[in-house]
Design a protein. Sequence first.
Length: 268
Amino acid sequence: MNGGAHISQEDLALYTMKALHGEELAAVRVHLPTCAQCREELAAISNDLVNLAMSADQLPLPVHAKQRLLDSISKTASADRIVPEALSMMPVAKTSSRTSWIPWTIAAALAITAGGLELRINTLRQQVRTQSMQLMQATEENLHSQRVLKLLMAPSAQRITLKAGKTPAEPMGHAIYLAERGELLFQGSNLKPLPSGKTYELWLIPSSGAPIPAGLFHPDKSGDASVVMPPIPTGIEAKAFGVTIEGAQGSTTPTAPIVLSGAPASGE
């Protein structure tokens, strides 16, 4: 938390990456339900992360290059050594027009060059670099960053587009899902605003059994929203994904109607 009434952008970014712990994590969880401004900023940061993932070209890395990147992440605590090497091996993703904070570890994973970032991102990135030594020493944070990298690079990861019913409605969602590791990224766009006390909920619909809750989200003023690495079981084959509108605390079963739905492409 910062010295004012709101959560700092750095803490919101770490919260999105599941890299915030202890009292800081508890403070964010208590504050978010009471502050629309911080929820909107959290949605923007999360959406930027998924936008970068969706915009990167899905080209396989050479075997030796991929191994060098993963070895670099696991063996060194120096951000200045990891970033140049990662940038040299990954395709450059298009940057979002949004100027929200993006942690340098994810920027490196998605091969975003410093020259292509907006001024605000450049300024915030310099602030984060002063804390990079401590960040890289945290084993749990390193493992989480590696999981995001592996999900984005995995050839067997499923990429799903969710659309609104049979009508040409504008709301849409995109998902990247890897069943074997229970890892999921979701990006929604052009979503309609919801009244107070309501939230969108993402569902994983398995081949057999009941739908599994996969995260709550609220769109920002542009109608964009994201869900990043929700806690879902591993090894669940997805028949489809869906989005419903639920109460503020979410639900254990979907409430009709399903406003967005989509299934993995044949063969994925």
